[in-house]
Ligand binder design. Sequence first.
Ligand code: SF4
Length: 508
Amino acid sequence: MSASAVIDQDRPVEAAGSGCHGGRTTMLEAAKAAGKSETMDRLLATYPRGPHDQPQSMCPAFGALRVGLRMRRTATILSGSACCVYGLTFTSHFYGAKRTVGYVPFNSETLVTGQLYEDIRNAVHEIAKPADYDAVVVINLCVPTASGVPLDRLPRQIDGVRIIGIDVPGFGVPTHAEAKDVLAGAMLRYARLEAQNGPVQRPRSMTERTRTISLIGELFPVDPVGVGALLAPMGLGVAPQLPAREWRDLYAALDCTVAAAVHPFYTASVREFQAAGRPVVGSGPVGLDGTADWLDAIGKAAGVAPSLIDAAKAQSLPAIRAALDGNRIEARVTVSGYEGSELLVARLLSEAGAEVPYVGTACPRTDWSEADRQWLTARGTHVQYRASLEQDLAAMQEVRPDLAIGTTPLVQKAKELGIPAIYFTNMVSARPLFGAAGVGALTRIVATQSAGKDRFARMVSFFDGVGSGESTGYGWQGIPESHPGAKERFRKVRESRARAEANIPVGN
Ligand code: SF4
């Protein structure tokens, strides 16, 4: 069936003019009216919203795009407004993607007639060559989702190349973290059904150990190696990590003994492991308590003898204790982020001696971070799930930490206030977190940065008087003058240009 038969041609295309700022309700209603009710209900159930109903981090689709771009022999095609695609590709390459991002452009006509779907299908047929790719991922951004572009009608495979079509609208997926799960979960589901239906390709690097643990979450490259060493005394190894680097790794990941939801927001992925009959364990091996508890939980879920669990703990805990003793933090630290590992970071800091009054995460509360929440709460830390920027800022201003770890706008505000601050993504996620290596790496950076309080105070006094907000900079005293006449002139010019392009006579 062609998409033109699926899309209601009489429906107004207001969605085409909307976007991040178009209003969630409008977009949601448009998507439902366009036949995406089931998709939207599923997204809203899997990724429940929080106190704020729009993402406050970058465009959520970046998460899914990143997961696809990191995979070998995988092509990724975006379907969305050019401005969204520009921003997403810019960010991808900023973060080092070395792969081309495919794009199928549209206009109001191709959107409303269903031609966009035909264009996407043609693009998929053109690119799906088994010599080049194992999979082609197509991502519907906000406008095509709201307009009901039916990616589920794409062929399931073309000459053996799997076709994965997903909707990742900002009005249905709250964070880019959860958007990673949308694609990772869709791929796992595809791979699970393949494995259930017959023999599948052997992973490129099979581990020597037959009993493995799948780590769910994007981890610093050293961490899976360190976790492998923690697990070795129990006769367990580490399966290929998720999100996967190659399609065939998905089979090995699914074939694990236990899945470890180290990043707790991978709800759809966890569902696939459970459907494959694998037990799932939350939290992660951070600090002394965290590592001991995690090894206990993994060993128990894997049916390992208690003596071997004790052996694993005896091997790793003394080194972690020594690292904690040798790297004490004497500082008050707040932690805010959208990566999903915020609670683990807060636990480690707390064990190293830091006072951690607040941890905020943009991710939702799930079973897989419950042990961390309880551990932190018992030590007086306020844990805020689905934290808004306003909540993170209010917490920082209230407790006046020696160091604020957070997102870009939070760090900016902290610096204005003379509070030392570092970016979660660049500074914390780019270091090991687990075992003794995690203790050393995290405590060093916190100690170095929190010692800069005097320097920040000097900076604030140096810039005192340069103004703020609308009067920032020398020479500006008041609020910039508004020129409504100029705005109106530019609006008319834009309108007449758009009419000329669309060939619509003036007056219509
Ligand atoms: S796709 Fe992303 S950037 Fe584009 S409108 Fe949606 S949330 Fe905004």
